[in-house]
Design a binder for this molecule. Sequence first.
Ligand SMILES: [Zn+2]
Ligand SMILES: [Zn+2]
Length: 337
Amino acid sequence: MKAALLYKPAPAEKDPLVIEDLPIPEPKDGQVLVKVEACGVCRSNLHMIEGDWVKYGLPSKSPIIPGHEIVGTISEIGRGVEGLDIGQRVGIQPLWTACGRCEYCLKGFEHLCPNKKITGETVDGGYAEYILADWRHVYPIPDNLDPVEAAPLFCPGVTAYGAVLKAELKPGKRVAVFGIGGVGHMVVQIAKLYGAEVIAVSRSEEHLKVAEELGADLTINSSTSDPVDEIKKLGGVDASIVFAPSDIAAEQAIKVTKPLGTIVIGVHVRLGEFFFHEEKRIVGSVIGSRWMMNNVINLAHAGKIRAVCEKYPLEEVNEVLKRLKMGKVRARAVLVP
Ligand SMILES: [Zn+2]
Ligand SMILES: [Zn+2]
């Protein structure tokens, strides 16, 4: 099979991934082999590939095949697998597997399991023609979904869903979404489903256009105007959701959120001064568990959310990473082997 391998983290400009021919892996007990139809390219893939996470021990194997938002069809089934068929279309998310026994797994928050494995970071991922998956962590996909458009549901989709849940939105509430990339454009749609008024904040006019198409009530270009001034003029927001990888965006989000409000942070940022006397809440959010993932698939199946995608052949992966780094991807780049 063809696969894009990372031997040594390096800047995207240096073409860090190498396309090679590898033997197709064989499913062990409890695993299925999935023929990849589409795999999204995530900003977190870029971080790992460029070496930002070497200090956290990631990738934890070398070489590794990156990629963690995957759709494909089952082509082989190992022993002990139940309820899945050859030819069935499934998705795989960043949570490759979890222990199933710890306090987080038992509460339905297995994405916080200390013994979890992460697709494309601790086990081989989806920048390839085939991938192995744990049968308890694959998600059947309804026929009406296009594999390319469905792939981003498995990271941006579930990540956005988890963040919106934490913001506790409902009709009458107003939310500011900072960063309208792969995740942010899904946040806008899900926040609208909860009935909230949505303000989209981004430095990119192109991204704001996408937000508007997807139902944002107001857009603010943070490179030409100050979102703090603009939002305070409206009386602030009940919640902010931050997916812009920027300390300044996080600071702005804290400022525009009203007392008792919630700031949901879904990217790595440094938080500055925080005024306790307004009783705001800051909460982190990362991917999501299986029940969240299934809710996201149901929303897409019902036509209520969709990913905006650009399609590229697997061989162009290094080019795609460069485009992503330069902010030239409209919403989500998806590789097709
Ligand atoms: Zn991702
Ligand atoms: Zn666990």
